[in-house]
Ligand binder design. Structure first.
Ligand SMILES: [Zn+2]
Ligand SMILES: [Zn+2]
Ligand SMILES: [Zn+2]
Length: 425
């Protein structure tokens, strides 16, 4: 008999239905070829229109397996082709591989509302490939939790003891109904399922190298790429606050998959979920992340402020360019120089305080002038030139006791500078 292929139907489901209706496939089929020989009646586009296309192995791989999703995470087209070839020609091709169960032997999942909808539309339910993607535990169309076992007796929908693929059940073996709707309240679960579908169905392939490049830019800015693990741990903690252990456990993952390492590890170690969740973390969604430009700006965007209080450009953004270099440990360091007053300061990223390393001629002359002015107190001068600088100034420019006292506004100031003053006398 002929059977129709449904939109978003997984190969597992097609096998299951063929086995169910025909009684063929006495043992588990190990390659795509055997299903190709089966006479399919019609092929539908996702929009329901019929498609005059020959059902061949490539078609099944592209339209009815999770291959397009996983192929997104290959580094280039060459790798994609290799992956495709190994699926099409591999001798030990397993149905699990085609349905997306590359690693886990987890159960097939179904949406109780798609189940009803498909039954009404086609007369029978089927397994959706989009529901089997890693981390997809809600239906992105209905926003309800997917089922992988009977909601009443916990019988798995696809017990591993079965060697033949199973059709989508409306009831478990005990007769419990699968139409058991649990609304989803976790927005991140829905976002993840929506993004997973996008990656599955998108004609355009994402550029993993570009994504890594962008993430590197972010990590550099956050101090993540650094021989000290401190900043990396911080980001890992921040990410883990949102995608915590409970969340990752729900997805069937552990928090290890989200751990950011020093540099990009061998791809095999990384799960698509690592990239997808990080993209959601940084930009809200995969597409937004792909559109967004990230600039390496550990010191923020210029121009930067002059920090010299006696400069007429104090607190004004007049420093147009800075020299960024990396000190030991990979921390970014920058030198800022105001062209107007010649004041130079340095700033280590992640430290809040900038250090004046060269006050510049304006600062020095103003300070000298105010030092000679008996009307101006040390307190006032400290505000303008910092306490540390005033101490140094007094070491090199001793003034008379009478002059000193006149500049002391308070008893505390007098005490603070007096030791130094006495030594000089
Ligand atoms: Zn659904
Ligand atoms: Zn049951
Ligand atoms: Zn200045």
């Amino acid at each position: 008999m002929d059977i129709s292929l449904y939109s978003d139907e997984s190969i597992y489901s097609i096998y299951g239905r063929v086995a169910f209706y025909s009684g063929e496939f006495k043992k588990r089929i190990e390659n795509l070829k055997s299903i190709i020989d089966y006479p399919f009646k019609s092929v539908k586009n996702p929009d329901g229109s019929s498609l005059n296309q020959k059902v061949d192995a490539t078609y099944l791989l592209e339209r009815h397996s999770s291959y397009p999703y996983y192929s997104q995470f290959m580094l280039n087209d060459e790798e994609r082709e290799q992956m495709k070839k190994s699926f099409l020609e591999g001798s030990s091709l397993k149905i699990d591989h085609l349905t997306g169960h590359f690693k886990s032997k987890s159960n097939m999942r179904l949406c109780p509302l798609c189940l009803v909808q498909d039954s009404n539309t086609y007369g029978e339910p089927y397994w959706h490939r989009s529901h089997q993607l890693p981390g997809s535990i809600v239906c992105d169309i209905h926003n309800v939790l997917l089922l992988s076992e009977c909601p009443k007796c916990s019988e798995p929908l696809t017990p591993s003891s079965y060697h033949l693929p199973l059709i989508t059940p409306l009831f478990c073996s005990q007769g419990h109904c699968m139409k058991h709707v649990i609304p989803n309240a976790d927005e991140d679960l829905l976002t993840l399922a929506t993004n997973n579908r996008y990656l599955l169905e998108s004609e355009e392939k994402i550029d993993l190298l570009k994504i890594r490049e962008k993430m590197t830019t972010i990590f550099l800015g956050e101090g993540i790429i650094n021989e000290k693990s401190y900043y990396r741990i911080q980001l890992n903690q921040k990410v883990n606050e949102r995608f915590n252990d409970t969340f990752l456990n729900k997805l069937g993952s552990s928090k290890d998959i989200m751990r950011i390492h020093l540099f990009w590890k061998v791809r095999k170690d990384l799960d698509p979920l690592f990239y997808i969740l990080l993209m959601i973390y940084f930009s809200g969604s995969v597409t937004k992340f792909l559109e967004q430009e990230f600039e390496y700006a550990p010191f923020g965007k210029g121009p930067w402020k002059c920090l010299n209080r006696v400069c007429r450009y104090y607190e004004k953004r007049v420093i147009k360019s800075i020299d960024i270099s990396f000190i030991k440990g990979g921390r970014p360091w920058a030198l800022f120089c105001c062209n107007e007053c010649g004041c130079k300061y340095e700033w280590f990223s992640y430290d809040r305080i900038a250090f004046i390393i060269e006050p510049g001629p304006l600062w020095l002359s103003e300070c000298e002038e105010l030092l000679q002015n008996r009307e101006v107190t040390f307190n006032e001068m400290e505000i303008l030139f910092t306490q540390d600088f005033m101490k140094k100034m007094l070491e090199y420019r001793p003034i008379s006791l009478e002059h000193f006292i006149s500049k002391c506004f308070s008893k505390q100031t007098k005490e603070k500078y007096f030791d130094m003053f006495e030594q000089k006398e």
